[in-house]
Design a protein around this ligand. Structure first.
Ligand SMILES: Cc1cc2nc3c(=O)[nH]c(=O)nc-3n(C[C@H](O)[C@H](O)[C@H](O)COP(=O)(O)O)c2cc1C
Length: 391
């Protein structure tokens, strides 16, 4: 099911991000569950929106783990209907399946139908199978990360694109947005969409909570140095983010939304190999569709890492466009809905109208050095229910 490629791990890992040593679990697993806990130890490196890690693990025995999911829709404007959290849980489940191959285990997964969408639960069953082969993507799980700085403008090769397309088939297809004029149009789209991120108090509250300031690494948030802006901009942002009143002052009198948007959105959108959107067969309906999309997203991202490519998700246009399309108020800020409608229209023109409806995940991809700053993960003991983590 997973890709085989001609790249050797040493070739592809040469460009991998810096990862500091992470403290070892304080209490080890019991003998019988050593294998599944080794799988979880690796799988917790799955990505999640703003590094929220919306999951807890319950190890029932050596063959059965329950994943308790959650979402942040009640306080995060980006977690619309919990969909990005569900995609993150899908990425986790896919990562478990890939990591398990290193232990000679096959995994089946079923969602418990009686659990609410806000807290979906999944039964993961592990079966020892001598025919299981180690997936080459195992080596990409921990090094996979986000590079938010500009990339080379060289495009992807036909082979790279076809391997990435194969990684999400048959559930998803890839739409490539590439070439100078298309990338410029994407840069304008992202620049416009980013304004909403900076002028709505709902988004301000999210950023205030998820950025760890003056940090190169963060176990439960996004370190400020991974944001992709220079030190002067970081200092300004840190000062402004102290209160919503300061942000408004900057926005109003100091061209506050222009400076970060040029560094964080416009320039990176131009400086990349291509933009992409993963399109599902039909507009996503519920939790299962989002889980499937998250699994595809993670295979795509790990394949990119395996190929030595960097990636950054660009999810805000999709989210704001959906708010507009469904006429759902998301901000107290006057004009926010009109601006979201403009994002949706522009997105349709640049990426195709069907991308607005069927787009599950989008981002930019290309060649770049590994990031020097990244999110880390909570310790496995904190994520294990009934260990030292929450009950
Ligand atoms: C569903 C989803 C949506 C995301 N959206 C964005 C995004 O819009 N912009 C961005 O820069 N990173 C985005 N990310 C990346 C996360 O912030 C990142 O994966 C997380 O902080 C963990 O860091 P790591 O991937 O470097 O391990 C997203 C990740 C996921 C799984």
């Amino acid at each position: 099911m997973y890709l085989q490629s001609s790249l050797t791990p040493s070739q592809s890992l040469a460009r991998m991000p810096v990862i500091p040593a992470v403290s070892a679990p304080t209490r080890g697993p019991s003998g019988a569950t050593v294998q599944v806990e080794a799988v979880l130890e690796l799988a917790r490196w799955a990505p999640s929106g703003d590094n929220t890690q919306p999951w807890l693990f319950e190890v029932l025995d050596a063959e059965h783990v329950v994943v308790h999911g959650s979402d942040t829709r009640d306080h995060c404007v980006y977690d619309l209907d919990g969909r990005p959290s569900q995609m993150s849980i899908g990425a986790l489940i896919e990562t478990v399946a890939i990591a398990a191959t290193a232990q000679g285990l096959r995994v089946s997964c079923s969602r418990r139908p009686d659990t609410p969408d806000t807290h979906p639960c999944f039964d993961l069953r592990f079966v020892s199978d001598p025919t299981v082969q180690r997936d080459p993507l195992v080596d990409a799980i921990q090094p996979r990360s986000v590079q938010r700085r500009p990339y080379s403008t060289n495009g992807l090769t036909a082979l790279q694109k076809s391997m990435l397309e194969a990684s999400v088939a048959p559930s998803h297809t890839v739409r490539w947005i590439e070439g100078r004029s298309a990338k410029l149009a994407m840069a304008v789209l992202l620049f416009r969409s980013a304004r909403l991120r900076l002028v709505t108090p709902e988004a301000y509250r999210v950023h205030r909570d998820v950025i760890e300031w003056d940090a190169q690494f963060s176990a439960d948030r996004v370190p400020d140095r991974a944001l992709g802006v220079n030190q002067a901009m970081l200092n300004l942002m840190r000062f402004a983010m102290h209160s919503w009143e300061r942000v408004q002052f900057f926005n109003r009198f100091l061209a506050g939304t222009w400076m970060p948007r040029i560094q964080m959105d416009f320039l990176p959108a131009w400086a990349c190999g291509a933009h992409f959107a993963l399109l599902s067969r039909r507009p996503p309906l519920g939790v299962d569709d989002s889980i499937e999309a998250g699994r595809a997203m993670q295979r795509f991202w790990l394949t990119a890492t395996h190929l030595g490519l960097m990636l950054q998700p660009e999810m805000t246009p999709l989210i704001f466009a959906r708010y507009a399309r469904e006429g759902r108020a998301f901000s107290a800020s006057p004009g926010a809905m009109t601006a979201a409608g403009e994002v949706a229209d522009r997105m349709g023109r640049v990426m195709g109208v069907d991308a607005v409806d069927r787009g599950a995940f989008m981002g930019r991809i290309g060649h770049a050095p590994a990031p020097q700053s990244r999110s880390l993960r909570k310790d496995l003991n904190v994520l294990l229910r009934g260990r030292s983590g929450p009950a």
